[in-house]
Design a protein around this ligand. Structure first.
Ligand SMILES: *Cc1c(COP(=O)(O)O)cnc(C)c1O
Length: 221
């Protein structure tokens, strides 16, 4: 059976240097994360605040922890002191809270706006229209401690590759439009977070810079 190191090696060997591999370690043990760490992996993604805090405390300080799941505003304070990126900002209220908590610990926290492009009703995120309106409002420009650095999305949960590609394409088109309209002079606005174990090759073809891979690394099959 392939080890975690084998899995990471296989994925990395096919990635261009411009793509960041976020190893999604949610539900996996500290030992498993350590195994990935020992291959040189330094960027890990978690989706639960309590679990993340425990792992961050137990593991080396040079890990860049990314929060990839749905985040409740009242929990931002627990991760603000150390989180390297928050991927799924889905309301103006959450961004405002990240700014407030970032200020308290003297940090500028990189954030991605989550776009809802999938067919499912249940997934979180801004619609294309809502996200455009929010950026147009320019309220976010007042935030000195929550920095919008890109866009995140999840594709429809389906085997239909055309649908998956269309979802990522929509996000990529939005990213490019937003870059031109609102971030033309902002070098930091450059992150496109899409693609998971089953769809990351398509995601990269559709402009992804950050792929979030869990099961393909940590579940050995
Ligand atoms: C769990 C999760 C992933 C990783 O999914 P896999 O299919 O295991 O690669 C990526 N992104 C988010 C937001 C997740 O919750």
């Amino acid at each position: 059976m392939p080890t975690i190191a084998d899995n990471i090696g296989n994925i990395r060997s096919e990635l261009a240097d411009s793509v960041t591999l976020v190893a999604v370690s949610k539900y996996h043990t500290i030992g498993a994360i350590r195994e990935a760490y020992d291959t040189g992996q330094r960027v890990f993604g978690e989706s639960r605040v309590q679990e993340l805090r425990e792992k961050a405390e137990a593991l080396p300080a040079d890990i860049a922890w990314h929060f990839i799941g749905h985040l409740q505003p009242n929990k931002v304070k627990y991760i603000a002191p150390f989180i390297a990126m928050i991927h799924a900002v889905d309301t103006p209220k959450l961004l405002a809270e990240i700014d407030k908590q970032g200020a308290k610990c003297g940090r500028r926290i990189p954030c991605l706006l989550q776009l809802h492009v999938a067919a499912e009703e249940t997934k979180f995120g801004f619609s294309i229209e809502e996200c455009h309106e929010f950026l147009k409002s320019e309220t976010w420009k007042a935030f000195k401690h929550a920095q919008i650095v890109g866009i995140m999305c999840m594709a429809t949960n389906t085997d239909d590759e055309n649908r998956i590609r269309a979802d990522f394409h929509k996000a990529n088109t939005f990213f490019k439009d937003a870059k031109t309209s609102f971030f033309a002079s902002d070098e930091d606005f450059k992150v496109c977070s899409w693609g998971m174990s089953d769809d990351y090759p398509i995601a990269i073809e559709e402009g992804s810079t950050h792929i979030r891979i869990g099961s393909k690394i940590f579940s050995h099959s």
